[in-house]
Design a binder for this molecule. Sequence first.
Ligand code: CA
Length: 222
Amino acid sequence: MQNTPKILLVEDDSIIASGLVYALQGEGYEVTHANEVTKAIGYVNEEKFDLALLDLGLPDGNGFNISEKLRENQSETAVIFLTVVDDEGNIVKALEGGAEDYITKPFRLRELLARIKVVLRRRGGDSDIISLGKVNVHTTEGKAYINNNPVELTALEYRLLLTFANNKGRVLSRLQILDNLWDSAGNFVEDNTLTVYIKRLREKLGDNINIETVRGMGYKAQ
Ligand code: CA
């Protein structure tokens, strides 16, 4: 990742918060700290974050209020919840709702830092993810994910998916798609092979993506 990752830390325990700010800055992250939901949402409205560390129990609400807001505004922000043991019932809900991870307090700092690294690596930075339907295309990694699970794609299937992701909702002619599939080695994709690749991509991605055949025109994905 070229840019300094930006982390939003929401934690009302000032001792935990100051320790975390110090540690995260020490790792080279840019940290914004909020101690309540209202302030955190203010930051979310102003700035883009690569990752949010969210305490669940906050003076004016809970961490879910913030994760929901993040999902509306900036779905590419990864979320890790900071929880206490009693929260674990809620956490299942959080993970199903798209949170990347959670860690139970008291946690070891090194473990949290390691998990942050994994999540950020998986996310590949804020501007490198293109979503199409329920599929996230991580252009830095050259991989696609559904609910944070990687999808096994061949290089060509990936490039086909990327072509659709870059042209979300637009009708692409077969020729336009084929132009995009020329690989760097100059391997040419035949027109009739394209139908096969599209079929395979549809099979692998299922309901998570809608690749529509537009009669006489080409294809449209969203
Ligand atoms: Ca708290």
